[in-house]
Design a binder for this molecule. Structure first.
Ligand SMILES: *Cc1c(COP(=O)(O)O)cnc(C)c1O
Length: 393
């Protein structure tokens, strides 16, 4: 903190005075919406960028969000990070910062439900049209005039994997930016920047937050693009508050061991479910040989880990899905993901509730589909729960 800002007219001591002997072990929560300035000249210094790391008003930036953004950018090996109030606001910022009336987006037809609604029902009202394509297809095409391409590393709920290297080349040939939602995979599984992504987005609400207690979004990218995104974030006010940033930063101390354990448990559970052919007709997990993009996933997921998310279809239809859910004792029906506890969700009744039957069929979503966010428990406990519930399904 700069000394100018730490001077207190009332003479009160401030913990962050540069001469202070107090050194907090972790960053404290800066629960302040604004900072005092000693004189007019120091205001000029702030606006002219002569106070590096200076702060003025929390919508323009606050210490907790700067620390969080930098940390996530370092995991993604990108220059700069930016924190938004949710994953959705991060997506809004990642599109509207760069696009205007008449511009086109090419996006995966298999996006998170909230994202496709944002593109279809909101951005179109502002004259930004989206072409939806099968981003997992090897013959993907990007329409001329596309200014931004938006895909997810691993899609929901059928866990399709997209070939980021090919897509980034196609996008860049068109002169468009590639934005990758890396929420499901996390940088533990893959770092999209290494495959050509220009901007990487996270719903920090999921694996990076990891405890089901914070809603937050993140963007990472090169300084140039992030500077523009930060300006837009400040102008529209989609910033996250200090406490949410602090919680998310705290979670980042353990994200890697949490995600690693989830991945290890997920491959075991996927194999267990695949062996239960009596009850389970299909398992969707990129780590399985039976997954349509398994070879691609093995090539781009350099650690040989395939994420903590999987889905499966029960043989007995909606009735079996309902009995399965009721028979679980410790695992809860929770329409989110990425937490330390294993949770399940039913895409047909939650994220894909409002799409047509035909669209559901096309996306491979059935009434008997259960999606699992595999947690960090001792694997034996997870299998025990699944074994019991499958017995009743
Ligand atoms: C949850 C989620 C989002 C939206 O994030 P929020 O934090 O809920 O706003 C976007 N993309 C994916 C893949 C998600 O899982």
């Amino acid at each position: 903190m700069k000394e100018q800002q730490s001077k207190n007219k009332k003479g009160e001591e401030r913990w962050f005075e540069s001469k202070s002997e107090i050194t907090p072990h972790v960053q404290p929560i800066f629960q302040t919406s604004v900072y005092d300035y000693p004189d007019l000249e120091s205001l000029d210094d702030y606006y002219n960028g002569r106070i590096p790391g200076g702060y003025i008003y929390s919508r323009n930036g606050l210490p907790n969000s700067n620390a969080l953004g930098s940390r996530v950018a370092s995991f993604e090996q990108m220059e700069k990070g930016l924190v938004c109030s949710s994953g959705m606001s991060a997506l809004l910022v990642s599109t509207l910062s760069y696009l205007g009336k008449g511009d086109r987006i090419t996006a995966s037809n298999d996006l998170y439900g909230g994202t496709s609604v944002l593109l279809k029902d909101e951005l179109t009202r502002f004259g930004i049209e989206t072409t939806f394509v099968d981003a997992s297809s090897p013959d993907i095409e990007i329409e001329g005039g596309t200014k931004l391409v938006l895909v997810e590393t691993i899609s929901n709920p059928t866990m399709k994997v997209c070939d980021l290297k090919t897509i980034s080349k196609l996008a860049h040939d068109r002169g468009s930016l590639l934005v990758v939602d890396n929420t499901f995979a996390t940088p533990f599984v893959v770092r999209p920047a290494e495959l050509g992504a220009d901007i990487v987005m996270h719903s920090g609400t999921k694996f990076l937050g990891g405890h089901g207690d914070v809603t937050i979004g993140l963007l990472c990218g090169r300084s140039k693009e992030m500077q523009r995104a930060a300006q837009f974030n400040t102008r529209v006010g989609t910033i996250a508050g200090p406490f949410d940033c602090w919680l998310a930063l705290r979670s980042l101390a353990t994200w890697e061991i949490r995600v690693k354990k989830s991945c290890e448990n997920a491959i075991k559970l996927a194999r267990f479910l695949e062996d239960r052919k009596d009850k389970v007709s299909r398992v969707f997990y990129p780590g399985l040989d039976s997954h349509p993009q398994h070879r691609l996933a093995s090539r781009i997921f350099s650690r040989g880990m395939y994420g903590g998310m999987l889905s499966f279809d029960l043989r007995g239809g909606l009735g079996a899905a309902s009995r399965f859910v009721k028979s679980l004792e410790k695992i809860t029906l929770t329409p989110s993901l990425g937490g330390v506890n294993t949770t399940i969700s039913h895409p047909g009744k939650t994220s894909h509730r409002h799409i047509s039957e035909q669209q559901k069929r096309e996306s491979g979503i059935t009434d008997a589909m259960i999606r699992v966010s595999v947690g960090t428990e001792d694997y034996a406990l997870i299998e025990e729960e699944f074994e019991r519930a499958l017995g009743k399904a």
